[in-house]
Design a protein around this ligand. Sequence first.
Ligand SMILES: Cc1cc2nc3c(=O)[nH]c(=O)nc-3n(C[C@H](O)[C@H](O)[C@H](O)COP(=O)(O)OP(=O)(O)OC[C@H]3O[C@@H](n4cnc5c(N)ncnc54)[C@H](O)[C@@H]3O)c2cc1C
Length: 437
Amino acid sequence: MSARSADPLAAVDLRVLWQAQLAQQPDRAGRPLLDAADVVVVGGGFSGLAAARRAALLGARVVLLEAETLGWGASSRNAGMVLAGHKWGPRQLVAQYGPELGPALQRETVLSVEWTAATIAEEGIDAGLARDGHLELAFGRADADEMEAAARELTESGTPARFVARAELGEEIGTDAYHGGLLVEGDGGLDPARYHAGLAVAAERAGADLHEGVRALRIRPQRDGRMVVETSRGAILAREVFVGTNGYTNGVAPALRRRVIPVGSYIIVTDPLAEDVAAEISPRGRMFFDTKSFLNYWRLTPDRRLLFGGRVSFWPSTVRSMARALQRQMVAVHPQLAGVRVAHAWGGKLGFTVDRMPHAGRSAGVSFALGCCGSGVAMLPYLADRTMGWVLAGADAPALARLPFPLVPAPYEGRPWFMPVVGEWYRLKDRRAARKR
Ligand SMILES: Cc1cc2nc3c(=O)[nH]c(=O)nc-3n(C[C@H](O)[C@H](O)[C@H](O)COP(=O)(O)OP(=O)(O)OC[C@H]3O[C@@H](n4cnc5c(N)ncnc54)[C@H](O)[C@@H]3O)c2cc1C
């Protein structure tokens, strides 16, 4: 257990830990494919499965298409943090979107966490959900000052939150690298691959027809209002198409591709830690992330490994070199882990948007929920579920569907050539913050 090594990355396994630990899943490739359905869902991650489940529960004939294997995208590669909150705090949401829509947007993030817990319970999913709260850590002194106000703001908006001063941080985390923290109880962590596998079973139980290895190539409207979804295995006629491709959005939905920027994020996990080391690092099992522009996020896994994620630039890179940089960052935060072996490392893609908000909507028979901006485990499947209820059964539209969905303000067709420049700006901000510490 957690042997020390001169080169902690010497034998790193590039498989995703969650996938490596997951029991064998059914093979859903090569199944007979219908040529007509009420709803065709594109993408087999959390969003696609939640949309397929809801549509099937509403009585629709549903075909879900996943180009690779179910969960191949971010849904089984993430850190499993179930978090409420947008990039913008409650007050900023009101300033940006007004006194009615702003609070509704904030409420929706809290509802997304509740929806996650309720769905797991309702469907009997063995996702290992533990609601031990999250702690955002102030990298700079100024960040800590802002957190005091943010805690008040969140509490007033109905999300109980507390500022943890530097002197008390030791009760929360085994490091003295931060100036304070913002604690939100009620959020938590799960095993994303087990959660995803459970959602797949739930969607199938509801009657959805799930397919792996089928790529949607083009969505074409017909004169009668229906859509033709051209796929790598032939065409399917549909009344409604739902796109849940987030950071993997491609030419099948060109209008969405011009609005979603794929950004890679990387994760390392250590060998299981000795009980006392794990308890020192995370005595309360919180989900952690910091306030840097290139933020780090970390947590203990249920088998007491430290999972540590982030990235250090937007220049093209390899999983191995990102893993090395992450290992250095992890040891800077938790010197207790110097030399501890990194067992797994991997990467995946997030979907960013220009306004840093997730989006849902419908246009000409194509509905969608995407643009997680880093936090999609709770929000995107919730949004997909709500969107299907709205489109198919006339339920209230999600508040997020009322936001305009801005185009990337640059010539852009899916290759984010401008991100290295954005990254240099982020790096400068983080350096400046580090100098002021
Ligand atoms: C490293 C990492 C860590 C993260 N950590 C967290 C976290 O701790 N908490 C949190 O809230 N969020 C986190 N996220 C974000 C979260 O994982 C995503 O928001 C969420 O999984 C998105 O789910 P999705 O179903 O929308 O998309 P995905 O899971 O990415 O699935 C999209 C799927 O669409 C498929 N696809 C694309 N095009 C087509 C096509 N034409 N035809 C058929 N299929 C297609 C892809 O193959 C892919 O499987 C993290 C993401 C990453 C990458």
